[in-house]
Write a protein that binds this ligand. Structure first.
Ligand SMILES: Nc1ncnc2c1ncn2[C@@H]1O[C@H](COP(=O)(O)OP(=O)(O)OP(=O)(O)O)[C@@H](O)[C@H]1O
Ligand SMILES: [Mg+2]
Length: 268
């Protein structure tokens, strides 16, 4: 059954790798039609695992959704193969912007349309409309364009497939601030104009909370918080640990910060 307003629903999912390594524990996430939702968390929290559980890529790493369910447009997809899930319109931009290095930028884009027969030319024009930089470098071998242009190529490739949902895994990773801003502006525009729903994984929390109106915080495989970005920006623990706005956070975990604060209150 499709929950009103949600295109994607994760219901209490549990994920294990190699049958024994329990990584996600009862994770529930909703992505509304046409919305952007951010998934935040420290290294190793399980963010990429969550995206792979949705796209089905988990199976290629001997990972399985062992409990709960994932519904996309009202249908269960957690038992389906990655290819079937991609055909339904879910595209994951994996960490580390993997372009086909020996193909040109344009060839990289065209590859993205292999699941859709019609309208290749129009879609290519649309991608160039959103990413004018890619038009300039379209005949250059993708291995030689800049990191930002590679990231744009990867997002553009997903656009070629007319996605119904995009899963973005740390699109800002390793890019200069100017480029990050450019890419996030485009992502926002894609969402607003093309109405593509996005689940965004980001370590750049400040940026993520600006782009996404709603966010979930994952720690150690559990959702420890979920709220509007407005509220999260004001939350003292988020400010400490993720936004680094006080000197409490540092390398401690989100939980440690909470405990620290409790202890501090108790001591004073
Ligand atoms: N193929 C795998 N086999 C076994 N364990 C894995 C596998 N992939 C990930 N893990 C473990 O699952 C946990 C979550 O990893 P995941 O990559 O989902 O985290 P993440 O939040 O994306 O982290 P990062 O911010 O570093 O990308 C980690 O402890 C990791 O070691
Ligand atoms: Mg990751």
């Amino acid at each position: 059954m499709e929950t009103e307003g949600s295109i994607l629903k994760l219901n209490n999912i549990e994920v294990r790798y190699h049958e024994v390594i329990l990584v996600l524990k009862g994770v529930s996430i909703d992505v509304p039609h046409g919305g952007i939702v951010a998934l935040l968390g420290a290294n190793g929290a399980g963010k990429s695992t969550t995206l792979k559980a949705i796209s089905g890529l988990l199976k290629h790493e001997d990972g399985v959704v062992t409990d709960g369910s994932i519904e996309f447009m009202g249908e269960r997809i957690d038992r389906q193969e990655a290819e079937e899930i991609a055909k339904r319109g879910i595209f994951q931009i994996i960490e580390g912007r993997r372009v086909f290095e020996h193909l040109t930028v344009e060839e990289n884009l065209v590859v993205g349309a292999h699941l859709r027969s019609a309208g290749k030319k129009e879609r290519l024009e649309m991608v160039y409309h959103y990413f004018p930089r890619l038009k300039q470098v379209r005949n250059i071998v993708a291995g030689f364009v800049s990191g930002g242009e590679q990231q744009m190529t990867v997002i553009g490739r997903a656009m070629m497939a007319q996605p119904k949902l995009m899963l973005l895994d740390e699109p800002s990773m390793g890019l200069a601030p100017m480029l990050i801003k450019e890419i996030f502006d485009i992502i926002t525009m894609l969402n607003q104009k093309e109405k593509i729903p996005i689940l965004l994984v980001e370590q750049n929390v400040k940026l993520a909370l600006t782009v996404a109106p709603h966010a979930y915080v994952l720690e150690n495989g559990r959702i420890v918080m979920d709220d509007t970005s407005e509220k999260l920006k004001e939350n003292p623990d988020i400010r400490d640990f993720y936004l680094g706005l006080t000197d409490v956070g540092g390398r401690k975990s989100f939980r440690d910060v909470k405990h620290y604060k409790r202890r501090k209150r108790w001591l004073t």
